[in-house]
Design a protein around this ligand. Structure first.
Ligand SMILES: [Mn+2]
Length: 356
């Protein structure tokens, strides 16, 4: 495909892609596993915009996203999002796939990754750092300078809608706003730029000022079970290197004690970074909770690690050691191990190296 990421022909390439999208039988939008606000915000905003222009588009997820971002899915009856894996996926001769916020093939749920070769065209829109396995699309629109995929998507969607004399409306703007708000930690992370804030200014011109509920839903309101899990987490977190590194292994039994689900653990790694002196945080949790789990020799299972760090360190590199990735200060990976302690120790060893 030649130069897939050059800036000079960015919008020219997008013009070509919009031609392909307009001529598509249908468009399937994929995003990364354990989708966050930016993943769901960008996927749904794009699908809505495509539908506005008369293109049949749908977002495919493998299960429900965490509860605080479910408002982005929209009215279920409208069928904008299918949460049933590949069960409702129909790939015709002229079906196009767009992935958003997905740095590499292995960040997709396996059921979706396996279908990529069946699509006529695959388009990637993302803001992660280049990573191994990232070269999976025919057309790529990636810029790590975007604080969120939603930031880069805003002008692309504007361009797509302008062809039909349409503009970004509330339903699209609130989703893009949600993605930027969450990927910047409410505009507190170092990824926040002038362009990020100018994009948000344009979005708020469209949404109007009643956006307070987005932050409240994402950051303030929490289920009772989440509070119980937070209590256990603060008790069980461990400090290393004199407090520079904070780790927490959330065992199956803690989830049982709190009557909590993996959803409840979503934000806890960011809480660990709030300890004064912490420069890096590691959270380990089972990929799936198994009540009453007892490790057995030679039997491995998957654990997810979430990593955060202060600017100046690089947890994307730590994640990459285990086949994952992300951003310099926010990353993740999956580790296969016999026990959560084994997964935690493997990740801790890499964190310690990264802090040296
Ligand atoms: Mn993102």
């Amino acid at each position: 495909m030649g130069d897939k990421t050059g800036r000079e022909d960015f919008f020219e390439r997008w013009e070509r892609v919009t031609d392909i999208l307009a001529a598509a039988e249908n468009v399937c939008v994929f995003t990364h596993t354990s989708p966050d606000g930016d993943a769901i915000g960008s996927a749904t905003a794009l699908a809505i915009a495509l539908r506005r222009t008369g293109t049949d588009a749908r977002v495919f997820l493998n299960g429900q996203p965490s509860y605080e971002i479910r408002y982005l899915l929209g009215d279920e009856a409208a069928g904008l999002v299918s949460t049933d894996g590949v069960n409702n996926l129909k790939i015709g001769k002229n079906t196009v796939c767009v992935t958003v916020d997905t740095a590499n093939r292995s960040r997709l749920d396996r059921c979706f990754a396996e279908t990529l070769g069946d699509f006529r065209t695959v388009v990637k829109i993302d803001h992660h750092l280049p990573t191994e396995g990232g070269d999976y699309a025919d057309f790529e629109f990636t810029d790590p300078a975007w604080a969120a995929t939603c930031e880069g998507l805003f002008p692309l969607i504007g361009n797509l809608l302008a062809r039909k004399n349409l503009t970004v409306d509330y339903a699209i703007a609130i989703r893009l706003y949600s993605g930027i708000l969450t990927d910047t930690g409410r505009f507190t992370y170092t990824n926040t730029t002038g362009n990020t804030l100018r994009t948000v200014a344009s979005l708020v011109d469209i949404t109007g000022s009643e956006i307070d509920w987005v932050a409240k839903v994402n950051y303030e309101y929490k289920a009772e079970s989440t509070f119980r899990l937070i209590g256990i987490s603060f008790e069980k977190m461990k400090m290393h290197l004199g407090g520079r590194l904070v780790s927490l292994a959330l065992r199956d039994k803690y989830f049982a004690q709190a009557d909590a689900t993996l959803d409840d653990a979503g934000f806890i790694v960011s809480e660990l970074m709030k300890v004064i002196g912490a420069e890096m945080a590691l959270l380990v949790k089972p990929a799936e909770i198994v009540p009453g789990f007892e490790p057995a020799e030679g039997v491995k299972r998957d654990f997810k690690i979430s990593l955060r760090c202060k600017p100046g360190y690089d947890v994307a590199a730590v994640g990459a050691k285990f086949g994952g990735g992300g951003h310099t200060c926010s990353a993740g990976a999956t580790i296969s191990a016999e026990s959560i302690g084994e997964a935690e120790n493997a990740a801790l060893a890499e964190c310690v190296k990264a802090l040296e």
